[in-house]
Ligand binder design. Structure first.
Ligand code: HCA
Ligand code: CU
Length: 384
């Protein structure tokens, strides 16, 4: 099934506390996203600051293959600024939960729907080719009737995409509040009105289920999935881009070929300029993602990595590795010596393993450079 991936590192990602990407860094990030083949780049919310406005403008005029999107509240001034930035896609959000209508907007549903449709109509009048996404923020906790009413009116007013936002990471696959059922129900209800907008899913990771929920929505017919590098975003963030790309390639066999070998560069860049390190055990891009440690594992993995890997590191241009520490076995040391092209006998192997285990118990690994020194030590040290 067709799928478009929307990266929101530059919009939602910048809503991570303390994260700000300078304009030229935003361009560098957009360059890599575009090279990878990301379909839609959400570049920012122009009304937030003049610098963001400028960055959205520059990204929109850079000639990327990706569709460039801006974020906007359902207000004329937000949409005007987005249009002025030259984007091809505007994401307009407006919550229709009862609480938000009563306590924040102080509007009834009808008045809210009028404001949403007025804004969408205005955008389409100014630029009939602009793609409009309407998001009833906190979609999945809103009364379904409100969502349906707002979405129906939005599509009739010209919205091309309705996004189902799990703004608080509330959904859980397989329970009575799951993304699959929600997307299926919304698509059905809209189809009964003869409306077939594209459905997007925007899943937050508060319960660590963002990716599972997004894939659940995709199975139910969502055609756009939002993600960001490292899942950066409000609170626990959103779907991680690398995990999503691997899932769609590996599990759902989406035909479009994304240049996954560029992911490591992208993560290094975003990590550096967000000041947020990529955790070592992060899937796919983390330092340890393809490193085997315990002797039992390395023994099997060096013969055939498939014993302990269901993902091929070559997918992202990486290689299987073996760590040397107190967990190591003879195969681990053999692997390391072969990496260094060093001849060995059983005595050297055993001596090295004993030393590596001692060092490992101090809570660190021995890298290949240190191993060279250790080899010298063990060759000469006859008492050990
Ligand atoms: C926000 C909330 C949002 C909006 C998503 C969207 C969410 O930060 O404005 O406009 O599609 O999670 O609901 O990110
Ligand atoms: Cu969000």
């Amino acid at each position: 099934m067709a799928l478009k991936i929307l990266d929101t590192t530059l919009r939602e990602g910048e809503q991570t506390p303390g994260v700000y990407f300078d304009g030229h860094i935003k361009l560098a990030i957009a360059d890599l996203l575009d090279e990878i083949g990301i379909d839609i780049i959400e570049a920012g919310h122009p009304v937030v600051t003049e610098d963001i406005h400028e960055a959205v403008y520059q990204i929109a005029h850079h000639g990327y293959k990706a569709v460039i999107a801006a974020h906007a509240r359902s207000l004329r001034k937000d949409v005007e600024l987005a249009l002025e930035s030259g984007v091809q896609f505007i994401g307009i959000f407006y919550s229709v939960t009862s609480e938000r209508l009563d306590q924040v907007f102080r509007k009834d549903l009808q008045a809210a729907v009028e404001q949403i449709t007025k804004t969408i109509r205005f955008a389409k009048e100014q630029n009939p080719n602009i793609l409009i996404r309407y998001t009833p923020e906190d979609t999945v906790r809103s009364p379904f009737a409100n969502v349906l009413k707002a979405a129906t009116a939005a599509v009739k007013a010209g919205a091309d995409i309705i996004s189902v936002a799990d703004t608080t990471g509330y959904m859980v696959p397989g329970t009575d509040h799951n993304m699959y059922d929600f997307v299926a129900k919304l698509k059905d209800a809209l189809a009964r009105e003869n409306l077939q907008p594209m459905i997007a899913v925007h899943c937050h990771n508060d319960r660590g289920l963002a990716l599972a929920n997004a894939l659940d929505g995709y199975r139910a017919g969502a055609e756009i999935i939002d993600a960001s590098v490292m899942g950066l975003g409000e609170r626990a963030g959103v779907v991680d881009l690398a995990q999503l790309l691997i899932a769609v390639k590996d599990i759902f066999c989406v035909e479009k070929v994304y240049k996954l070998e560029k992911l490591m560069d992208l993560y290094a860049l975003v990590s550096r300029y967000s000041g947020i390190p990529v955790p070592k055990n992060f899937p796919i891009v983390g330092e340890n993602a393809f490193t085997h440690c315990a002797g039992v594992h390395t023994h099997a993995a060096v013969q055939n990595p498939v014993h302990y890997q269901s993902l091929n590191p070559a997918l992202v241009g990486r290689e299987m590795r073996v760590a040397l520490d107190h967990m190591s076995g003879i195969s681990s040391v053999q692997w390391a010596l072969e990496q260094l092209n060093i001849d060995y006998d059983q005595t050297l192997l055993k001596r090295l393993l004993a030393r590596i285990k001692q060092i490992g118990q101090k809570g660190r690994t021995v890298d290949l450079n240190e191993l060279k020194h250790l080899i010298e030590w063990c060759k000469k040290h006859s008492l050990n």
